[in-house]
Design a binder for this molecule. Structure first.
Ligand code: NAD
Length: 458
C-alpha cells in the first residue's frame, strides 16, 4: 500500500508535468466525461447510498447529484474565461511594460471527503480541481462503505490513475497519503481531524482548504412569519436526518413568540414526516451505531418537547425538538449533527449575541425577521462562514456565493469561481520590451534622480 501511494503520486506528478491538464479543451473533455459517467450510472449511485443510510432518490438527486451537475455546467461554461491571462495596469515606474496575471493549476491535489453527503462532498471538490487543471487523488469517507466503493469503481474504471484516482480507506490510508507532498489538500470533515490535516500539510507548506463544522445558530425574532419560518427550519434541520454541516444547530427565539413557534415547528414536522416511528421515504438513518448512541444520549439528557422516538436497531431517531434549553446544557457543547433541535428562548437579544460571540465562529448563521435594521445588525456583529436571511441551508446552492468557514469552522472556500480560485495559482508577470531603459534607478545615484522618483511616487 505504502509503495503504491508513492508510485501513484510519482505517476500523477509526471503526468501533470506533461502540461496536458493545462489545456482548457482537455479539461472540458474530462468534465463532460465525469457528467456522462454520473448520468449513465445514476441507478448505481442511488442503490449504494440507500444501502448506506437509506437516503431516498429524491434527496440524493436534490442534495447531491443536482449540485454536481450544476457545478459541472458552470465550469464548462466558464473555465475558458477564467483560465485566460488577465491584463492589469502597470504604472509609470515600469513604463513601457505591460502586466498580466496567468492562472495556473497547482499540480497534484488531494481531496478528502466527509460521509454525510458522500457524493457531493467528495466529487464537488474533485471536479473543481479538474476544472482548474490539476490531477486528483480522491479519498472518500470510509463510513458509507457502498458509496465509497461505487465512486472508486466509476472513477477508477474510467480515468487513468495518473490523472484522477480514488483511494479508498480510513485513518491509516489517509495518513499514508499525508506522508507525501501534495500541491493542495482539500479537506471536508470535523475540526479535530482538520487540525491533523493542517499539521501534515504544514510539513510541506502545502496550501489547504478546510471545510469544517461547528454549531450554527438560527435567530427567530418576534416579527418573523412563524409558519414560513417553521417550514424552512424544519426542512433544513431534518433533511439528511440532521446530518448536515450547515443545518441550524440550535434556535434562539424571542421569548414572546416561543410557544406559537414551538407549535408551528410541531405542526410542520407532523405534516412533513408521515411516519414518526421508522425510516420513511422522506427520512434517513443515522450513519452508524456510534453516532446513534451519541445522539440518543443527547435526547435522554434534554427536555423533549416533540419527537424523541429512538430505534437502535434501525438507527432511527425521529425529528426531535428540545425546549427549555440553556447555553450550559450538554446539547449545547458540541455540534449536534443529527435530528435534534434545541430551542433557547431569550428576552434580551444583546445578551444572546454575547453568548454566541463567546463561542467559536460557526460555519453558518440564519436570521428570521422582517426588521431590516435588526437583520443588518446581526449580520454585521456576528462572524460566521455564510448564511441566509429568512432561510437556512439554501445559500449553499448558489454557486456565486463562496462556501466556507471562518476561524474554527474552516479555512478557504469553494463553489463556482471561488472553487476555481482555491485550486489555482495566479502567476503575476511584468513584461518589458528592450527599446526603452531610462537610467534613473541605476548608480551613480544623485539628488535629481531621487527628486524624479519622488515626483513619480508621491
Ligand atoms: P471526520 O473528520 O471524522 O472525517 C473526514 C475525513 O477524514 C474522512 O475521509 C476520514 O476518513 C478522515 N479521517 C478521520 N479521522 C482521521 C484521522 N485521525 N486522521 C486522518 N484522517 C482521518 O468527519 P466526518 O465525520 O466525515 O464529517 C462530519 C464533520 O464534518 C462535521 O463536523 C461536519 O460539520 C463537517 N462537515 C463540514 C462540511 C463543510 O462543508 N464545511 C461538510 C460536511 C461535513
Amino acid at each position: 500500500m505504502k509503495m503504491d501511494i508513492k508510485k501513484l503520486l510519482t505517476q500523477q506528478r509526471a503526468f501533470f508535468n506533461t502540461d496536458q491538464t493545462k489545456n482548457v479543451e482537455f479539461r472540458l473533455r474530462q468534465l463532460k466525461r465525469v457528467k456522462t459517467i454520473l448520468k449513465e450510472n445514476e441507478h448505481l449511485l442511488y442503490e449504494a447510498i440507500y444501502k448506506d443510510f437509506k437516503k431516498s432518490q429524491f434527496e440524493t438527486y436534490t442534495t447531491e447529484l443536482s449540485l454536481l451537475y450544476h457545478e459541472i455546467n458552470q465550469f464548462i461554461k466558464n473555465i475558458k474565461k477564467w483560465s485566460k491571462r488577465k491584463k492589469v495596469a502597470t504604472g509609470m515606474a515600469n513604463f513601457p511594460a505591460k502586466s498580466y496575471i496567468i492562472p495556473e493549476p497547482l499540480g497534484v491535489t488531494l481531496v478528502i471527503g466527509a460521509w454525510n453527503y458522500p457524493y457531493q462532498l467528495s466529487l464537488l471538490p474533485a471536479i473543481t480541481s479538474i476544472a482548474a487543471g490539476n490531477t486528483v487523488i480522491l479519498k472518500p469517507s470510509e463510513l458509507p462503505v457502498n458509496t465509497s466503493k461505487v465512486m472508486a469503481k466509476l472513477i477508477n474504471d474510467n480515468f487513468p490513475e495518473n490523472y484522477f484516482h480514488v483511494v479508498e480507506g480510513g485513518v491509516e490510508e489517509t495518513n499514508l497519503l499525508l506522508e507525501n507532498r501534495f500541491d493542495k489538500i482539500f479537506f471536508t470533515g470535523s475540526i479535530p481531524v482538520g487540525k491533523i490535516i493542517y499539521k501534515a500539510a504544514a510539513k510541506h507548506l502545502t496550501p489547504v482548504t478546510l471545510e469544517l463544522g461547528g454549531k450554527s445558530p438560527t435567530f427567530v425574532l418576534a416579527d418573523a412569519d412563524l409558519k414560513i419560518t417553521a417550514k424552512r427550519i424544519v426542512w433544513s434541520k431534518f433533511i439528511n436526518a440532521g446530518q448536515t454541516c450547515i443545518s441550524p444547530d440550535y434556535v434562539l427565539v424571542d421569548k414572546h413568540i416561543e410557544q406559537p413557534f414551538l407549535e408551528a415547528l410541531k405542526m410542520e414536522i407532523e405534516a412533513s414526516f408521515e411516519n414518526k416511528q421508522a425510516i420513511g421515504e422522506n427520512y434517513l438513518q443515522i450513519i452508524n451505531t456510534k453516532n446513534h448512541e451519541r445522539l440518543s444520549k443527547l435526547i435522554e439528557s434534554g427536555q423533549v418537547y416533540f419527537g424523541g422516538n429512538i430505534n437502535q436497531e434501525e438507527r432511527f431517531i425521529s425529528p426531535t425538538i428540545l425546549h427549555n434549553v440553556s447555553f450550559a446544557d450538554e446539547v449545547m457543547k458540541d455540534e449536534i449533527f443529527g435530528p435534534i433541535l434545541p430551542i433557547i428562548s431569550f428576552d434580551n437579544l444583546e445578551n444572546t449575541i454575547k453568548e454566541v460571540k463567546a463561542r467559536p465562529k460557526p460555519l453558518s448563521c440564519y436570521v428570521y425577521s422582517k426588521n431590516k435594521k435588526a437583520i443588518q445588525y446581526l449580520l454585521k456583529t456576528l462572524s460566521f462562514g455564510g448564511g441566509a436571511v429568512n432561510d437556512s441551508v439554501m445559500h449553499l446552492t448558489n454557486s456565486k456565493l463562496p462556501f466556507g468557514g471562518v476561524g474554527y469552522s474552516g479555512i478557504g472556500s469553494y463553489h463556482g469561481k471561488a472553487g476555481f480560485d482555491s485550486f489555482t495559482h495566479y502567476k503575476s508577470i511584468l513584461d518589458k520590451p528592450f527599446w526603452f531603459e531610462p537610467n534613473i534607478k541605476y548608480p551613480p545615484y544623485s539628488n535629481w534622480k531621487k527628486a524624479i522618483i519622488k515626483w513619480m511616487i508621491e
